[in-house]
Ligand binder design. Structure first.
Ligand code: M6R
Length: 608
């Protein structure tokens, strides 16, 4: 999704802008550009496609100066062309704007500006901002930006420079993240900490409604009435090396292989084996509040929604509290039943997903207590929730979520243990689950050790056009997740179903061309799944079966077997996720896909 970078200091801005944009490539984008004030005028360079094309344009026609802004765009209004790429210039060329988010009243503002004689050169909503700021400019860039924002409806993370008020970058945030990076005699602006981490770890996270004025030696944060706002300086603790590929062919593969560690990190210092429970410092819920929860709503998108489905089963089974899982994008347009005794759990790797953030705000507005299960520290959801559980998976760069998913399930299991032990769960059962969690990292490693076999299976199926993924109970969400992984990165059509639901429709698709992945460990519903495998074999489907034992019942039914270790049923989706991720990864690589940045997808979806 779109990325913003800004630099002001004693050095040439362009190399910093390009480096920052490259660091944000993982977020997904389809065009890029920079604007630099060269002492006389603002120079812009833009290119459709990858940043390499922008670099080529700059090599032919350099743009130098001590202050600049840059952007990677993920198209929302208008196709990904050079003319739609940011920065956008005002009609007189004195103001350049980069913008993440959507200006919802851009049509009305555009019509009004056209009446005043402004001509539009792009299809974007952002261009409206450039002309509007020009129209309202009376000498101070921040005043013009504030006055413009009073007329704007929608969401923005934006950065503006002007040749008529040079020596500053003005930034504003509403619904799209931005932070100031504080350097020595130089300052930065970014939408993502990774863009500036090579230069500074001191950052100020902007809040919604903030307008920041960033100069070379100082910065200030204002509200929409231009009143100064105190903001804390935070320190980023991530290591830059942690976001490099570390010898793996792709970030996704690196992140899959990190899972023994990330699963461990999600539990570190939290699991209390002897009491069969967990300690979760950030949830900010008293013993009474935990006891007084009437119902739980879990809301999320994509992969995080799949982990929510697993969380639902865990909480209902062990804590005996009714749980509903809602797509975040649907939640706020319903009239959900939320009371002050509703706990709303929000799950998000990035902590910035616009739909999820909006759902959390809606749940809060209706009186629910909100808990964020988030990976990115300091992200908007993490800062706005009432309490939370960080996933501690480290930066996830591959667009396809892998290690965040398994960490989410671990975090949900820990929370379930805590909640359930306060209610009905016996210490004996609690200990059994806690012990199973404790043993998970080594078991994840065991699954990873079978990667070569999974790669062989991928070779067999790399030309398939369709895939079906089936599982029951705790493994039904795992089937959805397996299908999502495959379609995201290999572009093969794939669907996940509860295994028994197959006979109500999808069975019509089964023939000798259809690979069917079964998640069939030795669990409470194993025998039922065996019947479903029979149904597929009877129709000549090809079966790839993920199972945990040498099962006589599977004899003659399995074309390709993937063996995973045993664990308690509720944690099985963690072990089953690993071969599903690897299968998707190897198939995608063999088909020549851009695994880390698959087409049309963004890592962080900050538009509705
Ligand atoms: O950052 P989030 O967890 O809120 O993101 C939610 C989805 O956009 C995300 O899981 C998406 O489905 C991934 N590409 C899945 O691999």
């Amino acid at each position: 999704m779109c990325g913003i970078i800004g630099y002001i200091g004693p050095n040439d801005a362009t190399p910093y802008l390009i480096e920052g944009l490259k660091r944000m490539e993982y977020r997904g984008y389809d065009s890029a550009g920079v604007a630099v004030f060269d002492g006389e005028a603002i120079e812009t360079r833009r290119a459709a496609g990858k940043i390499a094309k922008l670099e080529a344009a700059l090599a032919i026609d350099p743009a130098d100066g001590f202050v600049g802004i840059g952007h990677t765009r993920w198209a929302t209004h208008g196709p990904p062309t050079e003319r739609n790429a940011h920065p956008h210039l005002s009609a007189d060329g004195t103001i350049a704007v980069v913008h993440n988010g959507i200006i919802e009243n851009s049509g009305t503002l555009k019509a009004a500006l056209q009446e005043l004689g402004y001509e539009f050169r792009s299809d974007t909503d952002t261009e409206v901002l450039a002309h509007l700021i020009q129209e309202l400019f009376e000498g101070s860039l921040e005043e013009a930006v504030i006055n413009a924002l009073r007329k704007v409806e929608g969401t923005y993370g934006m950065a503006v420079v002007s040749s008529r008020d040079p020596g500053k970058i003005v930034a504003a945030r509403k619904g799209s993240p931005l932070l100031i990076g504080i350097g020595e005699g130089e300052n930065f602006l970014a939408s993502d900490p990774s863009a500036i981490l090579a230069h500074t770890r001191q950052v100020v996270y902007l809040n919604d409604g903030d307008v920041a004025v960033i100069e070379r030696d100082r910065y200030k944060v204002l509200d929409v009435d231009a009143m100064p706002q105190p903001r804390d300086v935070d320190r980023i603790s991530w290591d830059l090396a942690a976001i490099e590929r570390g010898g793996f062919a792709h970030f996704m593969l690196k992140e899959i292989f990190e899972q023994p560690t990330t699963v461990e990190n999600a539990m570190r210092g939290r699991l209390i084996l002897e009491d069969g429970t967990a300690k979760l410092g950030g949830i900010n819920l008293s013993h009474e509040q935990l006891l007084n929860i009437d119902n739980v709503i879990i809301t999320a998108c994509g992969t995080s929604w799949h982990s929510a489905l697993i969380g639902e089963m865990m909480i209902e089974e062990l804590a005996r509290i009714p749980v509903e899982v809602e797509y975040a994008s649907e939640f706020r347009y319903k009239n959900p039943i939320v009371t002050e005794r509703t706990l709303c759990i929000v799950i998000s790797q990035s902590g910035e997903t616009a739909d999820t953030l909006a759902a959390m705000r809606e749940a809060k507005r209706r009186g629910a207590r909100t808990l964020g299960f988030v990976n990115v520290v300091g992200s908007t959801i993490a800062r706005e929730d009432d309490g939370g559980v960080y996933l501690h998976a480290g930066p996830e760069i591959g667009v396809a979520s892998t290690k965040a998913f398994t960490s989410q399930v671990v975090a949900l299991a820990l929370f379930t243990l805590k909640l359930a032990r306060k209610r009905e769960l016996s210490v004996t059962r609690g200990r059994e689950i806690a012990q199973a969690l404790h043993e998970l990292p080594a078991k994840v490693q065991q699954v990873l050790d079978t990667a070569a076999k999974i790669e062989e299976i991928a070779e067999e199926f790399k030309r398939a056009s369709n895939f079906l993924y089936l599982g029951r109970g705790y493994n039904f969400p795992g089937a959805l997740e397996g299908a999502l992984k495959l379609k995201e990165i290999s572009y093969i059509h794939a669907e996940g179903y509860p295994a028994a639901e197959m006979k109500h429709g999808p069975i019509a698709l089964i023939d000798e061309m259809m690979p069917v992945v079964f998640i069939a460990p030795h669990d409470a519903v194993f025998d039922k799944v065996v019947s479903n495998i029979h149904e597929v074999k009877a129709r000549k489907g090809k079966t790839i079966v993920i199972t945990s034992r040498d099962e006589p019942a599977l004899k003659g039914l399995v074309d390709y077997e993937i063996r995973i270790p045993e664990t308690v049923d509720m944690l099985m989706p963690i072990l089953a996720a690993v071969p599903l991720q690897l299968l998707a990864y190897y198939i995608a690589v063999k088909r020549g896909s851009n695994v880390d940045q698959p087409r049309n997808l963004a890592k962080s979806v900050t538009v509705e």
